[in-house]
Design a protein around this ligand. Structure first.
Ligand SMILES: Nc1ncnc2c1ncn2[C@@H]1O[C@H](COP(=O)(O)OP(=O)(O)O)[C@@H](O)[C@H]1O
Ligand SMILES: [Mg+2]
Length: 353
């Protein structure tokens, strides 16, 4: 049996999403194939080996299950390739997983930091490496990568702390107009994202986004279908079909993503075949430009006006619940959730630097 270490939780505002994702991952992993250990990271960044019931993860109660918690850390010693478990104040034991599966989203999970620790540990891991994770997480860097790959995107302006805000707002009005989208450079799940219809709202949106990041991305509004595709593979990565998100609110905000059940997913999206193919090819091109390995969900808009395709963003560790788009898109082309997990673990073992 393959020894698999699944890591969940983490310090980002997407901690709770990770709890949902990992619950689905754990219930879909083939127990005959994998000897699974589970490590939970609290919101304050404490690492624990968790040996209790997986059903206690989703509501956060695993953190109080002290009988089933032991402090554990991934060792950066590449000769050892192990996880150190603190059995007591003075004794430790070691675990030797074949593969680590990080089911983490956002800061310290999806941004290359924890991937750096995995690299040092010498243990194979699922998903993108350090540089591609970092570039994928920072929306301003991924913009530059996708631009250099010739993929169409929304026009944008970057606002950094220390910039003259009035001057920046003039630039935004001239270059992008209203409405425009304001996003912290490095959050996910729509955290801190706002839509501004005038200068007053723009100022407020920038202030709000500044609570999450020192760098803000402002984009022209794209009026179109919101669609996503799922990329899987290493150097021979492929894209699944394309799905459309139909939020019932003004945009796909945090609540629409996770708290209300009115958002509909349409798989495959009801779009012309050429558009679907174009989206799939941009997704693979973007993934390759970012030097991606493993997986990514790549999100696009298709303009209502002329049907043109615009890349919105890449998510290197996308949501992984049973109803999440990433596994659904693979299911739609014949790869079940469990098979998808097998494939990701295989890709982790095959990956090269
Ligand atoms: N330029 C844009 N035009 C129209 N809608 C946008 C634009 N950028 C973002 N949105 C809306 O805001 C949501 C969140 O923005 P996104 O860039 O995907 O950030 P996150 O990483 O938080 O998911 C998108 O799903 C979409 O509904
Ligand atoms: Mg998004």
């Amino acid at each position: 049996m393959k020894k698999l270490c699944v890591v969940f939780g983490g310090q980002s505002p997407e901690h709770e999403i990770s709890l949902k994702s990992v619950t689905s991952v754990l219930s879909n992993l083939d127990k005959d194939k994998y000897d699974i250990t589970v490590i939970g990271i609290t919101k304050t960044g404490a690492w624990y080996l968790y040996t209790g019931d997986h059903a206690n993860i989703i509501d956060g109660s695993w953190e109080k299950d002290s009988e089933n918690l032991k402090k554990a850390v991934i060792s950066p010693d590449a000769e050892d390739k192990c996880i150190i478990v603190f059995e007591s104040e003075s004794t430790v034991s070691k675990l030797y997983p074949d593969v680590i599966f990080p089911v983490l989203h956002g800061e310290y999970g999806e941004d290359g930091t924890v991937q750096g620790l995995f690299e040092l540990s010498g243990i194979k891991y699922v998903g993108m490496g350090v540089l591609s994770s970092a570039n994928g997480m920072d929306k301003t860097y991924s913009k530059l990568v996708f631009e250099s790959a010739g993929i169409p995107q929304a026009d944008w302006v970057v606002v950094r702390s220390g910039d003259d805000i009035e001057e920046k707002m003039n630039e935004i009005e001239e270059k992008l107009g209203y409405p425009c989208f304001v996003k912290p450079a490095c959050t996910g799940s729509s955290v801190g994202v706002g839509k501004a219809h005038n200068r007053e709202e723009l100022k407020k949106a920038i202030e709000n986004a500044s609570r999450f990041d020192r760098k803000i991305l402002v984009e022209e509004n794209i009026d179109g279908h919101e669609v996503e595709t799922a990329v899987l593979g290493n150097f021979d990565a492929e894209a699944a079909t394309v799905g459309e998100i139909m939020p019932t609110v003004e945009f796909y905000d945090f609540d629409a993503k996770y708290n209300d059940n009115t958002t509909k997913l349409q798989i495959p999206a009801d779009l012309p075949e050429e558009t679907i193919e174009l989206i799939r090819s941009y997704a693979v091109r973007g993934f390759r430009a970012l030097e991606g390995q493993g997986l990514s969900r790549v999100d696009f808009f298709v303009r209502y006006s002329d049907g043109s395709v615009v890349l919105n963003e890449i998510n290197t560790l996308p949501g992984f619940t049973d109803i999440s788009m990433y596994p659904k898109l693979w299911e739609a082309v014949g790869l079940s959730y469990s098979e998808l997990l097998d494939k990701l673990i295989e890709l982790a073992e095959e990956r090269v630097k």
